[in-house]
Design a protein around this ligand. Structure first.
Ligand code: FPP
Length: 228
């Protein structure tokens, strides 16, 4: 969801106004994804590196997250959306940590759609925590390093039990992953959209999915027509 700040600056507005507009875009994108019958939608809401932004911006973003959960959780629940959070919970303010738990537990039995919120998330941190868990299991004799599999590793990531992303969309024209789902994105398709996040609409989502549908996904194999 990139480009909130630039969207605001282009209008002579404070960055917070861009983030507020971004929350509106988030609402309409979740609704649009539901209408398109998308079963898994992951949003990169706040990275572990975002703490180094100015204090006032961090506080604005925390406020928006709280507002989003408080205001939108009932509607998400009504629509059968299951909310899951990935990222580190360590050191979070108690009210934020409690809201995350509330969002997950209230919606735990919903099956229409999964909304995964990457919050205080950084892929290197996630991978490191998984590696640490594996090392501890090995030291305790619960795991044999010689037989460790990719599935064993994935089972210790925050995304355990979730499918890998098929499509990653980044707005604002930037073309990088920025520490997002590094392990999980091994075979993801990328679509980079020039507009800033507040201007991203259901038509842009549909267009990105159309581009994705035209891609030839080979997962390291050769194309079907090349097999003879
Ligand atoms: C990137 O834009 C966006 C973010 C760092 C945060 C995304 C947050 C929201 C859409 C609103 C908050 C929603 C929740 C649920 C927390 P940027 O600030 O990096 O924009 P810039 O690159 O133009 O400066």
């Amino acid at each position: 969801m990139d480009g909130n700040g630039r969207w605001a600056r282009a209008r002579g507005l404070p960055r917070a106004a861009g983030h507020r507009a971004g929350v509106e875009t988030l609402r309409r994108t979740v609704r649009a994804a539901g209408e398109m019958d998308i079963k898994w939608l992951t949003i990169y809401a706040f990275s572990s590196e975002n703490w180094s932004r100015p204090k006032s911006e961090v506080s604005d973003l925390m406020g928006l997250l709280k507002l989003f959960i408080r205001r939108d959780l009932a509607e998400l629940h009504q629509n059968g959306v299951r909310v899951r959070i990935v990222g580190s919970r360590e050191g979070l303010e108690p009210d934020i940590a409690a809201l995350l738990v509330e969002a997950e537990s209230l919606t735990a039995d919903n099956t229409n759609m999964n909304l995964v919120v990457a919050f205080n998330y950084g892929s290197r941190d996630e991978i490191l925590r998984a590696a640490r868990a594996i090392a501890m299991d090995a030291r305790a004799g619960r795991l044999d390093p010689d037989t460790l599999t990719a599935d064993d590793f994935a089972a210790r990531l925050d995304t355990a039990g979730m499918p890998d992303p098929d499509l990653i969309i980044r707005t604002s024209g930037e073309q990088r992953l920025s520490n997002f789902l590094l392990w999980q994105a091994a075979y993801a398709e990328f679509v980079f959209v020039p507009c800033h996040w507040p201007d991203f609409g259901p038509d842009d989502l549909a267009a990105a999915i159309h581009v994705f549908a035209e891609r030839d996904r080979r997962f390291g194999r050769v194309a079907q027509e090349a097999v003879s």
